[in-house]
Design a protein around this ligand. Structure first.
Ligand code: RI2
Length: 327
């Protein structure tokens, strides 16, 4: 990727972008938080001599961050929010405005998650068992709030191939004192009979109430519906995808096929270290789309919504849409 005419990007911004791309930094809310922090770092780093040059640098940094992962809308929403806060007629005024705005964003993000957690906790009863998929800090906030209300909650945690983020969920839940049963993804349907709620996060929510989340969510939702287990999606409003109000679809990230085949197994199967020669293809979509009819509630910091009504909240919060975070 060429950085030509993008101005001087701070090394810490480049590092954050690389960490998001490699999933060292991951999870839609965490990515948004890191992106806002990176823009503040860019503002501090900038040696721009004119307010216009400062703006160009900040936009270049935003582009660098934006191009890392395409699906979680929290990333462009965070960048847009921070850049829109840029004000003032001098470089220093603009610098301060960006730093302040990033701080506000990060504080609000944390607060939204806490508030959402309390809303989600109201759906959980004492003695309930939740089934989780992947690792979502918004979903965990609901369990944390329920536990702090004194409810006993247990969890069945899906491993979530290929990157096994379910293991992170298992260890976070254990820290909350929640008894955890870890299962491989293929075992999920069997354990739905022991489950009171499927509880997942979201990377993006579309205007029709479709939930874009870690690959495997939609199959779990279909099975949960068939078993009569309610499906709850915990998603702060930063996960709402404004462009879907005007008919855009959400791009599903395709990641490196090597994530699917663990170290060594790739060359065992292909007899080669490189792809292609042996005539098969490995595909690694990171996300899928769960239609609204399989979702019971989307829990946000503004309350819980049936998926078909989420567009009302989107209109309230976003109004007219924009396609790029720097517009
Ligand atoms: P929080 C994750 O994506 C998972 O799909 C998770 O459900 C979602 O982000 C939301 O996470 P990835 O970054 O914002 O692991 O709730 O690909 O933490």
């Amino acid at each position: 990727m060429s950085h030509e005419s993008r101005g001087d990007i701070a090394p810490s911004v480049e590092e954050t972008a690389a960490d998001i791309a490699s999933m060292e930094i991951r999870g839609a809310a965490t990515i948004a938080d890191a992106a806002a922090a990176a823009l503040a770092e860019q503002a501090t780093f900038s040696t721009a001599e004119t307010p216009e040059a400062f703006r160009v640098e900040l936009e270049a940094a935003a582009r660098e961050l934006y191009e890392t992962r395409p699906t979680a809308v929290s990333l462009p929403n965070a960048l847009r929010y921070v850049l829109r806060g840029m004000g003032g007629e001098t470089v220093d005024q603009r610098r301060r405005s960006i730093i302040r705005r990033a701080e506000t964003f990060r504080r609000d993000l944390e607060q939204a998650q806490e508030t959402l957690g309390r809303v989600g906790a109201n759906r959980l009863r004492d003695g309930d068992t939740v089934m989780t998929h992947c690792h979502s800090t918004d979903a965990l906030a609901c369990v944390e709030a329920a536990v702090s209300d004194g409810k006993h909650i247990e969890a069945i945690v899906k491993e979530t191939r290929p990157r096994q983020q379910g293991h992170i969920t298992a260890s976070d839940l254990r820290e909350l004192g929640v008894p955890v049963t870890l299962v491989v993804d293929n075992a999920a349907r069997r354990y739905l009979d022991d489950t009171d709620h499927v509880l997942v996060g979201a990377d993006s929510i579309a205007a029709d109430g479709s939930v874009i989340n870690k690959i495997g969510t939609s199959g779990l939702a279909v099975n949960a519906r068939e078993r009569g287990v309610p499906m709850m999606v915990a998603a702060q409003s930063i996960k709402l995808h404004p462009d879907t109000m005007t008919g855009h679809t959400v791009e599903i990230e395709m990641r490196d096929e090597r994530e699917v085949l663990e170290d060594g197994s790739y060359s065992e199967i292909t007899g080669d270290d490189s792809r292609g020669d042996d005539g098969f293809i490995v595909e690694n979509p990171a996300f899928d789309v769960t239609p609204p009819r399989h979702v019971d509630a989307i829990v946000t910091e503004h309350g819980q919504y049936p998926p078909e009504s989420i567009v009302m909240l989107m209109r309230d919060l976003f109004g007219e849409t924009t396609s790029d975070p720097w517009e």
